[in-house]
Design a protein around this ligand. Structure first.
Ligand code: ADP
Ligand SMILES: O=c1ccn([C@@H]2O[C@H](COP(=O)(O)O)[C@@H](O)[C@H]2O)c(=O)[nH]1
Length: 241
């Protein structure tokens, strides 16, 4: 990370004074693809009675790292459509923008976060995806849309590589790793990508073998050691014996 300025924009939550700005408790939720990260976040929000609340009233908000994918040039866009672009490599992520955004959030600022659409591999408005994990998205075909993250007491950030960069990792007050076995994850990924992300079976399986699995082993799994809490089986784990 070079610390160069990025296009994240944020404003003060309380214009009169810094004293009353909310400094949220930041929780990172990592784990392999389809391990259940979004589901765990959604469950946390439900348990805390946050799921039905209006954006501005929420005390717990959830952000997905997928909002911070780099925009692709036309050559990489073409590769992506053929399943030949590695979305699981750290180089695919705009970590500078993510770092700036998290720092702004930690300073109690209201932030604008890009919204990502998997079916077009680009930033588009998919309102519910970012707030409620994978539940029914509302699409708007307008490019370069942003979603407003209002100051909150707790902010959850979920994603495959949220513990990869030390600078980002060190910002979390708590780190969770959702640990779900790889057969289960592949099965869920196939169903989800075909149903919700507009992919065909061959595309999903090729991408998985070529990029998703090796990158999980190289970049995601090694970050499990940084977790404060490991959650076996994700949302299936009620904590009861
Ligand atoms: N405990 C579970 N049991 C059954 N299906 C699950 C469970 N957790 C998640 N899923 C399903 O698996 C898919 C991926 O889950 P998701 O929470 O989006 O994973 P991630 O955010 O890690 O990619 C979704 O279709 C979701 O409904
Ligand atoms: O355009 C895209 C962007 C990402 N992906 C895949 O998404 C997963 C990460 O999302 P999870 O919800 O954690 O599964 C990652 O494995 C990428 O391969 C994509 O296919 N296309």
């Amino acid at each position: 990370m070079d610390g160069s300025p990025t296009h994240v924009s944020y404003e003060r939550s309380k214009s009169a004074s810094n004293i009353f700005e909310k400094k949220p408790f930041l929780i990172g939720v990592a784990g392999g693809t389809a391990s259940g990260k979004s589901t765990v976040c959604r469950r946390i929000m439900e348990k805390l009675g946050q799921d039905e609340m209006d954006d501005t009233q929420r005390q717990v908000v959830c952000i997905t790292q997928d909002s911070f994918y780099k925009e692709l040039n036309s050559e990489d866009g073409l590769k992506a459509r053929k399943g030949k672009y590695n979305f699981d490599h750290p180089d695919a992520m705009d970590f500078d923008l993510l770092l700036d955004t998290l720092q702004a959030i930690l300073h109690g600022k209201k932030c604008q976060v890009p919204v990502y659409d998997y079916s077009t591999n680009s930033r588009l408005l998919v309102y519910f995806r970012i707030l409620k994990g994978s539940c029914a998205p509302l699409y708007s075909r307008k490019k370069d849309e942003f979603i407003t993250i209002h100051p909150a007491d707790v902010v959850l950030l979920e994603g495959i590589l949220v513990f990869y960069c030390k600078e980002i990792r060190d910002l979390f007050h708590m780190k969770l790793f959702v640990d779900t076995d790889s057969d289960t994850r592949l099965m869920r990924r196939v169903l989800r990508d075909v149903k919700e992300r507009g992919r065909d079976l061959e595309h999903v399986l090729n991408q998985y073998l070529l990029f998703v699995k090796p990158s999980f082993e190289n970049f995601c799994l090694p970050t499990k050691k940084f977790a404060d809490v490991i959650i076996p089986r994700g949302a299936d784990n009620s904590g009861k014996l």
